[in-house]
Design a protein around this ligand. Structure first.
Ligand SMILES: O=C(O)CCC(=O)C1=CC=C[C@@H](O)[C@@H]1C(=O)O
Ligand SMILES: [Mg+2]
Length: 329
C-alpha cells in the first residue's frame, strides 16, 4: 500500500523566551506531515527536531521531506535512517494514527482526556516554570490549575543568585509539591555538588536534578548519582534511542528523561523500554497537539505512571484554536 504524502513547515512563537543554559529559544519550528491512504483516511505526524539535543536539524528534516516522492510506502517509513530520529517519530506516528483511525482512546488510561490536546489532570503533569526569579510568582497559578510537580531551569544565572532563588522557591512550595531542577548540562562538577548538597536539605520536595553536567561528563554524573539523596536524571545524554542504550550499557540505572519526539522510531523505543525496565520520565519537546498525542500515547504504554509527565508546557504558547491544522492545508 502507498500513502499520499504532504508536509507543511510550522513556526510558533513562545509566549516568553525560553531561557536555558543552551541559550534563549523564541520560536518553535516543526514540520506537520500528512499521510492519506487509499481509503482517503488521513494520518498526521509532527517532526520537531532539537538539534542541540542531538537530533537532526530542521533543515535536514526539511531536506529529507523534500526528497521524498508524493507517494510513499510503510517500508520507506520504517527504513528512515537513525540519524533522523525526529523524522522517524513523525512518520511512524502518522502511520500509527492511520492504523488506529477512529479509535480516539484517551492516551492516558487513568485520565479523562476530554480533548486530545487538553492537558490530562495536572497531577500527572509537571509544569515548566520560567527561569530565574520569574519562577517565584509563576508557580501559584499553576498550582491553582492543579499542577503538583514543577520544573525550574538552573545554570542560566550566577550560581549564588540561583541558590538564593531556589531557597525561596522550595520553601514557598506546599509540602505536597515536587520540584525538578534542569541544568541542561550547564554546571561543572563542583557546582553540581553544591546544588546536590542544597537539594538534599529539601529531599521530601526535591524529585531530581536533570542533566547537571555536559553529555561528555557521563562518568561524573554516574559518580554523583551515588553520592547524594537527590536523584539525577539524564536528558541530553539520552536524547536518542542509541544514547539510551549506550547509557544503560555503561551502567546508568538512574532516571532517564525520554523525549519521544526526538528519541526516534516509536517501535524501537517500545522495544527498548520493554526490554529494560528503566525509570523513565516522559518529556515534551514543545510539540503541537499532533506530536503531543503520539508522545503521550507512548508515555501511556511505557511509563511506570509513577512520575509526572513533563508535558506541562501548554502555557508557553498562545492556546491554539483546534482549527489551526485545517489552516495548513
Ligand atoms: O520536561 C519538561 O518538563 C518540559 C520540557 C522541557 O523542559 C524541555 C524541552 C525541550 C528542551 C529543553 O528546553 C527542556 C529540557 O531540557 O527538558
Ligand atoms: Mg531537560
Amino acid at each position: 500500500m502507498t500513502y499520499k504524502f504532504e508536509f507543511r513547515p510550522l513556526a510558533r512563537k513562545f509566549l516568553r523566551s525560553l531561557t536555558t543554559s543552551h541559550g534563549n529559544w523564541d520560536i518553535r519550528e516543526s514540520i506537520i506531515i500528512r499521510l492519506i491512504d487509499d481509503a482517503a483516511r488521513m494520518g498526521f505526524g509532527e517532526i520537531a527536531p532539537i538539534s542541540w539535543f542531538g537530533s537532526e536539524t530542521l533543515t535536514q528534516a526539511l531536506d529529507f521531506c523534500h526528497q521524498l516522492p508524493q507517494e510513499i510506502t510503510a517500508k520507506e517509513i520504517f527504513t528512515i535512517p537513525d540519524d533522523l530520529p525526529a523524522c522517524q517519530f513523525g512518520f511512524e506516528s502518522a502511520l500509527e494514527e492511520l492504523a488506529t483511525k477512529g479509535n480516539n482512546q484517551c492516551p492516558m488510561p487513568h485520565a479523562q482526556c476530554p480533548m486530545p490536546n487538553a492537558p490530562c489532570p495536572m497531577p500527572h503533569y509537571s509544569a515548566l516554570l520560567p527561569a530565574k526569579q520569574g519562577a517565584l510568582n509563576a508557580w501559584q497559578n499553576l498550582w491553582e490549575e492543579g499542577y503538583r510537580t514543577f520544573k525550574w531551569k538552573i545554570g542560566v544565572d550566577a550560581i549564588a543568585q540561583e541558590l538564593a532563588i531556589f531557597d525561596l522557591l522550595i520553601r514557598s512550595l506546599p509540602d505536597t509539591a515536587k520540584l525538578r531542577l534542569d541544568a541542561n548540562g550547564g554546571l561543572n562538577y563542583s557546582e553540581a555538588q553544591l546544588w546536590l548538597e542544597n537539594c538534599d536539605k529539601f529531599s521530601e520536595k526535591m524529585e531530581f536534578i536533570e542533566q547537571p553536567l555536559a553529555v561528555a561528563e557521563f562518568a561524573g554524573m554516574l559518580q554523583l548519582s551515588q553520592m547524594y539523596k537527590t536523584a539525577i536524571a539524564l536528558d541530553e545524554s539520552v536524547a536518542t534511542i542509541a544514547q539510551l542504550k549506550a547509557a544503560y550499557q555503561q551502567g546508568w540505572r538512574g532516571i532517564f528523561v525520554i523525549k519521544p519526539a526526538i528519541a526516534g522510531s516509536p517501535s524501537k523505543l517500545r522495544q527498548f523500554c520493554r526490554q529494560y525496565n528503566i525509570d523513565a520520565v516522559f518529556s515534551s519537546v514543545f510539540e503541537t497537539a499532533i506530536g503531543r498525542k503520539a508522545a503521550l500515547q507512548l508515555a501511556a504504554e511505557l511509563s511506570q505512571h509513577n512520575r509526572a509527565l513533563g508535558f506541562g508546557t501548554n502555557h508557553w504558547f498562545e492556546q491554539q484554536e483546534d482549527t489551526w491544522l485545517e489552516s495548513l492545508w
